[in-house]
Design a protein around this ligand. Structure first.
Ligand SMILES: [Zn+2]
Length: 97
């Protein structure tokens, strides 16, 4: 899948192919149709938040659920979603929202 990636502190953003994650317990996988980029992404680029690099940017997505963990009962594949709220930032190049 394609992602907007910041490879290292203060480096340029790059569009890269990255491995597609699978949903863990109590998670869904969302195919992003669009995402906002805001000043939080600048803070992430500059290393103002803790956590490793590379980091995937864009934490304000809208999209469609394409996979659900077996224990998820309140959402299903095909649901359209907008993700907002608390953001857990960037664990080993993936984003969890
Ligand atoms: Zn934001």
């Amino acid at each position: 899948m394609k992602a907007a990636v910041v490879p290292a502190v203060s480096s340029s953003w790059q569009i890269k192919d990255v491995p597609q994650p699978q949903p863990g317990p109590n998670q869904v996988l969302v195919k992003m149709h669009a995402s906002g980029i805001c000043y939080t992404d600048v803070h992430l680029t500059l290393g103002h938040f803790p956590g490793p690099f590379p980091r995937i940017l864009g934490h304000e997505p809208v999209g469609e659920i394409v996979a659900v963990a077996p224990d998820v009962t309140t959402r299903k594949v095909g649901d359209r979603v907008k993700i907002a709220g608390e953001v857990k930032l960037y664990l080993q190049g993936t984003i969890n929202i």
